[in-house]
Design a protein around this ligand. Structure first.
Ligand code: ADP
Ligand code: ZN
Length: 433
């Protein structure tokens, strides 16, 4: 099923014309109603009349997270506060929180985008969807909530935490889909195991997982453990929230609702556009968001874009899985390391649990690179030799793939913190002056 066939299967040329029309409108709105954008555009010597098609987007200046912080809380709104009917704030994974505001139309468009994702995951009005993302200022809970209502499915507004109760609900209510972070899904699977809840006693078919990077290996792990199809949903507070894009049944890229959120990929250093298929920083322009439009917002998320028509029939651009944020990237002994790379490698080994914590420090002018890992209870033995062998194999695999040698520290089962929301996978103790 396709929620909005006209848009999602629109010929690309027609889509670009539509995007051009919408860009003109939103740029004029931003210029005329937001002091922030007026100043920025004036400084840059650009006026709304300079935009006549979507190709002209490259003439516009970028917006960055700093701009939102500098204008905290409401300085970037482009409508009177009386027209703002909801605010959200970023969970503050990196630094001070930022606040965003939505008009009624903005919330409608956001729900529309989420509805498209849910439909592309194979969900419809007959489904019961348990939302175990955080409710509140975080966009995850309420974002999904309104999307589920839009497709007429049943919302189970569980929120995060209280995992045993969540599993009980899942069983009692015959929940068919679970929406949460991939970390929390893993944790739920672990609890099910602990409490001897057979997976097949549940009616769960579909996972709606996002809000943090996760790899193909993690997908396999979750799908195997929970006997579901696990779909990726992507979004960020600045651009609305979850549902900016989602996968289809092909699980081969995240379709972006590009009539609402126009994506570009730029080189994070030169800020020049890169060619299709090349990796770089994802940049979004909200084409239909009026309360707080975002023009060429630099997400810091690193990925690729693919414009080929998908086997599912949708023509909307597909984004690759997010490698990580440029802010998550650690530079250790001169080598770039993303926690998602460690995740992927760890899951190649049947002996290890998918939990880890990277700690980086600088001792005697040398970077240390320690990874705490847990082995599955059946592999956790007193036989030092066995553990050493398991450790050596992981060490050399990481050295081969990432290019630096880690110090692997096997910790007691169940000691690495489990997350019910976004997980923290790296701590950098180095002090950079
Ligand atoms: P915060 O910046 O405080 O974490 P947000 O909830 O707005 O607040 O987080 C959005 C970010 O979460 C994205 O920019 C991206 O880095 C990450 N994210 C969201 N969904 C996904 C996903 N499906 N895959 C990878 N990363 C994701
Ligand atoms: Zn598709």
């Amino acid at each position: 099923m396709i929620w909005n066939r006209e848009i999602e299967c629109m010929p690309r040329e027609k889509m670009r014309v539509l995007q051009g029309e919408k860009l003109k409108r939103i740029v004029a709105h931003a210029y005329n109603n937001s002091l922030f954008y007026r100043r920025k555009f004036d400084e840059y010597g650009i006026r709304p009349e300079d935009i006549s098609s979507i190709d002209d987007i490259v003439k516009l200046p970028f917006t960055v997270k700093h701009d939102l912080r500098d204008n905290y809380p409401f300085g970037m709104m482009a409508v009177p506060m009386s027209d703002i009917i909801r605010i959200h704030a970023s969970s503050g994974t990196t630094g001070k929180p930022i606040v965003v505001g939505y008009t009624e139309k903005d919330l409608e468009n956001w729900s529309e985008a989420v509805a498209r994702c849910l439909t592309s995951f194979g969900l419809d009005s007959s489904d019961l969807i348990q939302i175990a993302y955080g409710y509140g200022l975080f966009t995850g809970g309420l974002g999904l909530h309104y999307g589920v209502q839009r497709i007429g499915a049943t919302v189970i507004p569980a929120g995060t935490g209280n995992t045993v109760k969540q599993l009980q609900m899942m069983s009692d209510f015959s929940t068919s889909a679970l929406a949460c972070t991939p970390s929390y899904a893993m944790y739920m699977a672990e609890k099910m195991n602990k409490y001897d809840i057979p997976v097949d006693s549940l009616s769960l078919r579909i996972g709606i997982f996002g809000a943090e990077p996760w790899t193909e290996n993690m997908r396999r792990e979750i799908q195997d453990k929970l006997h579901i199809k696990a779909y990726d949903i992507y979004g960020l507070t600045e651009i609305s929230g979850p549902g900016v894009g989602g996968e289809c049944e092909c699980q081969n890229g995240i379709h972006i609702s590009e009539d609402l959120f126009y994506p570009e990929i730029v080189d994070p250093v030169t800020l020049e556009s890169v060619g299709p298929g090349q990796r770089g920083e994802l940049v979004f322009t909200t084409l239909d968001k009026w309360g707080m439009p975002m023009i060429r917002y630099r997400t810091r998320d690193l990925t690729t874009l693919n414009y080929e028509t998908c086997e599912c029939g949708r023509t909307t651009v597909r984004m690759g899985k997010i490698l990580g944020r440029s802010d998550d990237m650690l530079i250790v002994r001169g080598v770039n390391v993303f926690p998602s790379q460690v995740e992927s490698i760890l899951l190649e080994f049947p002996e290890y649990e998918p939990y880890f914590l990277i700690e980086v420090d600088r001792i005697n002018n040398t970077d240390t690179f320690q990874i705490q890992v847990e082995v599955k209870p059946e592999f956790y033995t007193d036989k030092i030799n066995q553990l050493v062998r398991i450790k050596e194999r992981l060490t050399s695999r990481i050295q081969n793939v990432i290019g630096i040698q880690p110090e692997i520290k096997i910790v007691q089962p169940n000691t690495i913190e489990r997350s019910t929301g976004k997980s923290k996978r790296a701590i950098d103790h180095r002090k950079f002056e």
